[in-house]
Design a protein around this ligand. Structure first.
Ligand code: APR
Ligand code: ZN
Ligand code: ZN
Length: 368
């Protein structure tokens, strides 16, 4: 079949939207008609060449859609079923899946590293040239082909554009608070970087009753949004020292938990410095390939600090994603409020421009 898709032809260039040829789903694969795709900073890292990627590739890793057709061997999904894309396809059986850490499963790794399906071929082609897959999803396209293991079936009542955000930002951000750490009511939290993912760390912290919830960013609009999602204190780090502000709010100690949601060594250092003795720094942002962090090990030891990373919010995907949707239904998790702007696929470069300028909470590519 033919369908329109947004491709990164080479790093550093804008995306190109064109009609591509899509092969039918092979054994264990599913053809999905994409309904909505979120515009996440991770894609931007690849567009800018900060992370390695096999190109040309159809980007997009946060999205939802409906099953159009299933390949041989797929018996538990039907055409028309609403589905969420999982950018870490997981097998459900290995050690990591069994201990509730499916994001660490290696099932989808060959597809993500080669940009090709398990048979070594791509399902996307442009004028006879292979176009690669991206993070085993590639949802910046009207249709995409993914392994069955990259999909979770969605309940029928969740609007697909709202559900799409659960594919990355919501799960990563809320999971960072509920699963990567176990923040207790009354514990202090700093969220450094309040973009689409950071706002979800803020709402996760509000959900568990953290206090204070200190939102820090260089963009006042992001801080205003953070306040709407539950931040109790705001710090514009362009205008004042983060350490000073955090010190004032925590009796000079520093916070119990600092979440870095930008992906820069400098801001990771800043977050680390803002924690108290015995405190925990959580790296949620994805730093450019090759970047390093230097740590003075003696105070690290003596002050009993913890530094940890979280991938996909460290959640148990098949258990926690239905829980997050349940919390949305119950009005305890905000999804409607996260989308500030909708774009068509043809406007995708505008959507990334808006992300770079800090003009959106979460932008969503809406497919008709
Ligand atoms: N200090 C404070 N805030 C900053 C700084 C800085 N030096 N630099 C950027 N920011 C803020 C931006 O103003 C923005 O609000 O960080 C936020 C980043 O948000 P988005 O661009 O919306 O990115 P998002 O999609 O939330 O992803 C954030 O998480 O999953 C990773 O790959 C993703 O590394 C990325 C990070
Ligand atoms: Zn993402
Ligand atoms: Zn597995």
């Amino acid at each position: 079949m033919r369908a329109r898709a947004a491709m990164l032809m080479e790093p550093g260039k804008p995306l190109e939207v064109d009609e591509i040829e899509i092969d039918p789903p092979q054994h264990g694969e599913v053809l999905v008609r994409v309904a909505a795709a979120g515009v996440c900073h991770s894609d931007l890292h690849y567009i800018l060449g900060e992370l390695p990627l096999v190109t040309p590739a159809v980007l997009g890793h946060e999205g939802a859609g409906r099953v159009e057709a299933v390949g041989p061997g797929v018996s538990d999904l039907q055409p028309g079923d609403p589905v969420l894309f999982i950018f870490r396809a997981f097998c459900g059986q290995c050690y990591y899946c069994r201990i509730g850490r499916p994001a660490l499963c290696d099932y989808g790794t060959p597809i993500r590293t080669s940009g090709r399906m398990f048979d070594g071929k791509t399902r996307f082609h442009l004028n006879g040239r292979d176009i690669h897959h991206f993070l085993n999803v590639s949802c910046f396209a009207e249709y995409t082909v993914v392994p069955r293991q990259a999909l979770l079936k969605l309940p029928a009542d969740i609007p697909l554009d709202r559900a799409a955000l659960v594919g990355c930002a919501v799960t990563t951000g809320v999971g960072a608070v509920l699963r990567a750490t176990r923040v207790q009511p009354g514990e202090s939290v700093l969220v450094l970087g309040c973009g689409g993912v950071g706002l979800n760390v803020v709402q996760g912290a509000a959900l568990v009753g953290a206090w204070p919830i200190i939102a820090a960013d260089i963009n006042p609009q992001k801080l205003a949004w953070a306040q709407e999602l539950g931040a109790t204190h705001l710090v514009n780090t362009r205008e004042r020292s983060l350490l000073e502000a955090v010190g004032e709010l925590t009796d000079g100690r520093g916070v119990d938990y600092a979440f870095e949601v930008i992906g820069h060594p400098e801001t990771i250092q800043q977050a680390y410095a803002a924690t108290r003795k015995g405190g925990t720094t959580v790296i949620v942002g994805l730093a450019p390939a090759g970047s390093q962090l230097s740590l003075d090990l003696l105070p690290f030891f003596r002050e009993e600090r913890t530094l940890k990373a979280t991938l996909y919010g460290s959640v148990d995907l098949p258990r926690d994603i239905p829980l997050f949707l349940e919390l949305y239904r119950a009005g305890r998790l905000k999804l409607d409020e996260l989308i500030s702007q909708r774009f068509s696929l043809d406007e995708i470069n505008l959507a990334f421009q808006a992300l770079r300028e800090g003009a959106v909470k979460r932008g969503v590519i809406a497919f008709s």
